[in-house]
Design a protein around this ligand. Structure first.
Ligand SMILES: [Zn+2]
Length: 497
């Protein structure tokens, strides 16, 4: 018997190896798409688009948090009105063709009517508002955030990538197409929100308005995806990460109770309020949310696999056997871990007012980003079970939002986004992504299964820090790319979908 086993183990291993290898070798890179014709590429002038974006940046359309000074709020509202007038005068052909509705006083909905009313319209989105400059960070800006400076191949300023570049790209594309005599068969809508950074009531209202009118959308394309290079481990070339879903948002407060008392005669540490919180946190650290390679993360890896090293391909082509190893390696980095599971971040602790008094209570605040496979309710239940201490009260506080639906990654609408990206950026790898941040696109879930997030600015890791950060800027070359993307998308959407 023992002898028989010794013969069979190598044979079985060999067979297993053959299966692993076979599955790996089946993976071949797809043929590259035909690029947009060279003559078409030259119809957009980066300098001109840069100058228009620079003008757009000078409107200080800042979204202030609740409780901001009335003068600041008033200035932002005036800027939004001036900006929408600027759109009318700067893009006259578009303004003549598309009807404009002002929703919730400041958000804009444009409808560029197609010739075929049978075809469902689609919606291009971008928001007009920008986040404030972090107080004290002004001197760190190489160029003032609202000056609209163009230098060193960039347009600098708050709102460049988040996301006036998207608005300008869409308007440039439509204006150029109209001037060239193009009339769409399929109706194109544009929604420019005025308060995305503070919850997006403008787009919530536009979505409700469209629903009231019985509109079904073919697809939506909003911000929330860019082209990155060198940030995906093992991949050298550019990767366009298209957002197909966004995580939910939940803040949980844990309040531990204890008799308190004088610190000279303390309770055992584990029975003090602070000790109870420490134990709760320790238990949570040992009970992370379940991570799996499924849905978006599986599709993300599938798309990148052909371009990976042999070792990576071997692992991903054989997830049936090697998923635990892939999970472990992806969990090591916060960026790739985020796509796998609900994240837990302890962000605030409070307890005690004096060094020699045991506090009767102490609180710990945890911020969680909820994976689409979880709900805020199941997340709360998981935390309660993991902590399991009747002396610790656990409850949700503040903003609470479920994860979005996951858009269809196999349909013709995603294929159109993919094809368009491959046309305007030959050699780009297109992969779906799960966003940890929120966008206004989520408001349109009820109107279509095809909510995508992509404004194809090509950004390095350093340039990505500009989102809500210092020295926000966009390469002028990306402005041409973005305009070409929307132009090709509008043309492509008139084909079979
Ligand atoms: Zn944004």
């Amino acid at each position: 018997m023992r002898k028989l086993l010794l013969v069979w183990i190598p044979v079985a291993l060999l067979a297993l190896f053959a299966v692993l290898l076979g599955r790996t070798l089946l993976v071949a890179p797809p043929a590259p798409a035909a690029p947009a014709a060279a003559s078409e590429a030259d119809t957009f002038d980066g300098e001109v688009i840069a100058r228009r974006l620079a003008e757009a940046l000078r409107f200080r359309t800042i979204s202030w948090q609740e409780g901001a000074a009335p003068a600041d709020v008033d200035a932002s509202q005036k800027a939004l009105v001036a900006f929408r007038d600027w759109i009318t005068t700067t893009y006259p052909a578009f303004s003549a063709q598309a009807s404009r509705e002002i929703v919730n006083d400041y958000s804009l909905l444009f409808t560029w009517k197609g010739s075929d009313p049978v075809l469902a319209p689609y919606l291009l989105m971008s928001h007009m508002d920008v986040v404030p400059i972090a107080p004290g960070s002004e001197p760190d800006w190489t160029h003032p955030p609202f000056a609209g400076d163009i230098a060193d191949g960039y347009v600098w300023g708050r709102g460049t990538i988040d996301t006036k570049a998207g608005i300008i790209g869409q308007l440039e594309a439509a204006e150029a197409l109209i001037r060239a005599g193009f009339r769409p068969k399929r109706t194109v809508m544009f929604a420019f929100g005025h308060d995305e950074e503070t919850g997006g009531q403008g787009n919530a209202r536009i979505a409700a308005l469209l629903a009231e009118r019985g509109v079904r959308l073919e697809f939506v394309d909003d911000e929330g995806g860019v082209i990155v290079t060198g940030t995906v481990p093992g991949i050298e070339g550019p990767v366009a990460v298209v957002g197909v879903a966004e995580k939910g948002y939940l803040t949980v407060q844990l309040r531990a109770h204890s008799p308190g008392g004088h610190s000279s005669l303390p309770l055992p540490i584990a029975e003090t309020a602070i000790g109870r919180l420490a134990q709760a946190l320790e238990k949570l650290a040992r009970a992370p949310f379940e991570g799996r390679i499924d849905g978006v993360s599986r599709e993300f890896l599938q798309q990148l696999m052909p371009y990976m090293s042999f070792g990576q391909r071997l692992a991903i082509a054989n997830l049936w056997l090697l998923e635990p190893a892939v999970l472990k390696s992806m969990s090591a980095s916060p960026a790739s871990a985020a796509i796998l599971r609900t994240s837990i971040a302890p962000t605030m602790v409070q307890g005690g007012v004096k060094e020699n008094v045991l506090p009767p209570s102490a609180t710990l605040t945890i911020n969680l980003r909820v994976h689409p496979r979880d709900t805020t309710e199941s997340v709360l239940a998981h935390i309660r079970k993991a902590v399991g201490d009747p002396q610790v009260d656990i409850g949700a506080v503040g903003v609470r939002r479920e994860a979005s639906a996951v858009s269809d990654m196999q349909g013709p609408q995603f294929a159109l986004i993919r094809r368009t990206l491959e046309r305007v950026k030959p050699g780009v790898i297109v992969a779906p992504n799960l966003l940890s941040a929120a966008t206004d696109a989520r408001h349109y879930e009820a109107l279509t299964r095809n909510v995508f997030r992509m404004v194809p600015a090509e950004l390095t890791a350093d340039e990505l820090k500009g989102f809500h950060g210092t020295n926000e800027r966009v390469p002028v070359s990306s402005l041409v790319l973005i305009a070409r993307y929307y132009r090709e998308l509008i043309r492509g959407a008139d084909g079979e979908l």
